[in-house]
Design a binder for this molecule. Structure first.
Ligand SMILES: NC(=O)c1ccc[n+]([C@@H]2O[C@H](COP(=O)([O-])OP(=O)(O)OC[C@H]3O[C@@H](n4cnc5c(N)ncnc54)[C@H](OP(=O)(O)O)[C@@H]3O)[C@@H](O)[C@H]2O)c1
Length: 270
């Protein structure tokens, strides 16, 4: 039996010049099990399990992977796990949030931004990161107006250390401003939460990139009985022409394959 893959469905990520699969792999669960809001407990996969998951991810035609310094050991595990495959992946990481001993803290200064990118490059064993997003604490406009993180990312892009930059925020005003000055916004958009829709519309009108986080409301929509919640979620997302890709976090191979098949069906029916 042949399985649906996303190899033929890669699309532009806004105007970054990158082409990405419509589904990306979120990697919180590869690195962190504290302070997370998933409906069920889980065990962080060991190296063999993680390697199998990443191999399957690639075979299913996913080339987009999302990580962050705040995802515990995610970045430092991906370096060795993706060794030799750099050209096969579009790697998204973040800057501004640190997670130590179960606690988040934020730093959007120029010095921390540079330190964090150099550390991500080392951990990921690469000399460039495709896209770096500011990991907002929710004070989106204050970060963009009063901190140096965005201009520092612009400089790092000029230096070739990152290929693009953007903002993973929580507000419409922040998302819009982030897109005026950057390449990409990562927004929450799912069956339960659609407030950031104007950011998606702006991106569609201006050739900017949108990545969707929490597409399945961190798994909470999967608890509802009735229609397939994954299908309903992807129908909602991909009705928006501005959405380049949905980053879904899973460590379950069956869920991953189902998500891929569902995205392929939803896009084919459009
Ligand atoms: N501030 C930020 O920048 C930010 C915030 C949140 C998330 N993110 C990024 O976005 C990614 C996704 O967000 P998220 O992990 O919060 O939420 P999500 O992708 O909406 O949901 C992930 C949860 O859904 C479950 N799931 C996935 N596919 C499923 C299926 N077919 N059937 C049943 N359950 C399924 C997963 O469990 P299983 O492992 O059991 O499949 C996991 O617990 C993260 O990994 C991260 O990369 C970024």
């Amino acid at each position: 039996m042949s399985h649906a893959t996303l190899h033929d469905l890669h699309r532009p990520l806004g105007s970054t010049g990158l082409r990405v699969s419509p589904l990306g792999l979120g990697t919180v669960k590869l690195g962190r099990d504290q302070g997370v809001k998933y409906p069920n407990g889980f065990q962080i996969p060991d190296d063999d399990e993680a390697r199998r998951l990443l191999t399957l991810t690639r075979e299913l035609g996913i080339n987009l992977i999302d990580t962050a310094p705040a995802y515990g050991r995610s970045e430092e595990r991906l370096g060795p796990l993706l060794r030799g495959q750099r050209q096969d992946w579009v790697i998204v990481s973040k800057v501004g949030e640190e997670f130590d001993n179960g606690q988040s803290r934020h730093d959007f200064s120029a010095a921390h931004t540079r330190f964090s990118i150099e550390r991500s490059l080392q951990r990921l064993e690469t000399d460039f990161i495709d896209l770096v997003l500011v990991h907002s604490d929710g004070n989106d406009l204050a970060i963009l107006n009063d901190c140096e993180v965005y201009q520092t990312l612009a400089a790092l892009k000029d230096e070739g250390k990152i290929r693009g930059f953007g903002f993973s925020g929580k507000t419409v005003d922040g998302g819009l401003k982030a897109l005026e000055q950057g390449d990409c916004a990562m927004v929450t958009y799912n069956l339960n939460e659609q407030a950031e829709r104007p950011v998606i519309d702006y991106a569609a009108a201006h050739g900017k990139a949108i990545l969707v986080k929490k597409a399945l409301a961190s798994g909470h929509v999967c608890l509802s009985p009735g229609v397939d919640p994954v299908r309903a979620s992807f129908e909602l997302l991909f009705a928006q022409p501005g959405v380049a890709s949905a980053i879904v976090g899973t460590i379950n191979a069956l869920h991953l394959a189902h998500n891929v098949a569902t995205v392929a069906q939803v896009l084919a029916s459009r």
